[in-house]
Design a protein around this ligand. Structure first.
Ligand code: PLP
Length: 406
């Protein structure tokens, strides 16, 4: 018997299976609302104009080489990444309480954080994630031996936040548990707490001495406003929490395949930052070394070029407004069309939800039926990527929803 003979077949990643089926479908009006990547109004990938400019600058720089980046990544990238999520005036940055490590996009940042917690976290080694959450959270944490539990998040009745359920579960979790929170534009539901609700969540987390783990993959992409989309993280930092952040630049820079991301450890203002950050950084460097040695250059160089140049930074914000603005328009249009058609149910959640995704409330049976009958591809939990909709397919899409819901 060979080793390979006993390796069991793993199930196909459901999302990538769906993408394959979509590609194979020859129907002329097929619609892809499965994958979480921005598309322009012609359903095409969009290279941000500011990214094109940064690329041009990099290509014309005679001093650029292909040497290894430092283990912790490109410093001009990681420092600006921290400023972006924490705010340039963050007390944590001023007091040098932030340790930042460049990672393989957001996935790599979640993984590095999970690995670090698995190794060193002194509390209850269990992470509480929202139900539902980004599917990868579950396997990233369980792969490093951190058990995953859930807190309620989505209310099927209101198609909004189950705030009481969420608070109660966080409050009932054993003291010093790890609480994973989506900083904004929750994936897959599109439902975020309000700032007042965040404040209450922070209070419960503080009472129970839990450890917040923020995942931020959509800053600026959600509302179009960088400061609005990092408000929860800034609030927690202002409250003096010790916490970690996994940050992705895949969506807000359209750099999906370039894998630009960052992991941040923010120490408490009550601890001696001059000592703790050095120790944290030393251990993160060891983990990074054994996993990827040195992070990749290209995406981080693009982001760094933009974030370090005031004019390019302003242009990026413009590009962010283009993406978030188009998505918000599509939300309004979809809701209006469904209401016009008199589609059974309420549809305000389409415009109440934010970011790349909407949890439509369609059942698994309906999600399968709409694929078979209308060639509309959505994940079976009824999640749609708003970026897949455009002025050319929104009528068709709304009618398909209407038909399947009736
Ligand atoms: N976290 C969340 C909540 C996400 O939705 C995503 C992407 O879909 C990621 C992290 C990480 O993505 P990436 O590894 O492409 O940066």
């Amino acid at each position: 018997v060979f080793f390979a003979d006993i390796v069991p077949q793993a199930p196909e990643d459901p999302l990538f299976g769906l993408i394959r089926a979509f590609k194979a479908d020859q129907h002329p009006t097929k619609v892809d609302v499965s994958v979480g990547a921005y598309r322009d109004n012609n359903a095409k990938p969009w290279v941000l104009p500011v990214v094109k400019k940064a690329d041009e600058i990099l290509r014309n720089d005679p001093n650029l080489d292909h040497e290894y980046a430092p283990i912790a990544g490109i410093a001009s990238f990681t420092s600006k990444a921290a400023e972006l999520i924490l705010g340039p005036d963050s007390p944590a940055i001023k007091e040098k309480r932030v340790t930042s490590v460049q990672t393989i996009s957001g996935t790599g940042a979640v993984h590095l954080g999970a690995l670090f917690l698995a190794r060193f976290f002194p509390g209850t080694k269990k992470v509480y994630v929202s139900n539902p959450t980004w599917v990868n959270h579950n396997q990233i944490f369980s792969n490093v031996g951190v058990p995953v539990a859930q807190y309620p998040y989505f209310s099927k009745q209101t198609k909004g936040l189950d705030f009481d359920g969420m608070k109660a579960a966080i409050s009932e979790a054993p003291e010093r548990s790890i609480i994973l929170l989506h900083a904004c534009a929750h994936n897959p539901t599109g439902v975020d707490p309000t700032l007042d609700q965040w404040k209450e969540i922070a209070t419960v987390i503080k009472e129970k001495k839990h450890f917040p783990f923020f995942d931020t993959a959509y800053q600026g992409f959600a509302s179009g406003d960088l400061d609005k989309d990092n408000a929860a993280v800034r609030y927690f930092v202002e409250q003096g929490f010790e916490l970690v952040i996994a940050q992705s630049f895949a969506k807000n820079f359209g750099l999906y395949g370039e894998r630009a991301g960052c992991f941040h450890f923010v120490t408490s203002p009550a601890s001696d930052a001059s000592e703790t950050t050095t120790r944290v950084a030393s251990q993160l460097a060891i983990l990074q070394r054994s996993e990827i040695s040195n992070p990749p250059l290209y995406g981080a160089r693009i982001v760094s070029t933009v974030l370090n140049d005031p004019q390019l930074f302003a242009e990026w914000k413009e590009n962010l407004r283009t993406m978030s603005g188009r998505i918000i328009e599509m939300r309004k249009a979809l809701r209006a069309k469904l209401e016009e058609l008199g589609t059974p149910g309420t549809w305000n959640h389409i415009t109440d939800q934010i970011g790349m995704f909407s949890f439509t409330g369609l059942t698994e049976a309906q999600a399968l039926k709409i694929r078979d009958e209308a060639h509309v591809y959505m994940t079976k939990n009824g999640r749609i990527s708003m970026a897949g909709l455009n002025t050319n397919n929104i009528d068709y899409f709304a009618k398909a929803i209407d038909k399947v819901v009736r």
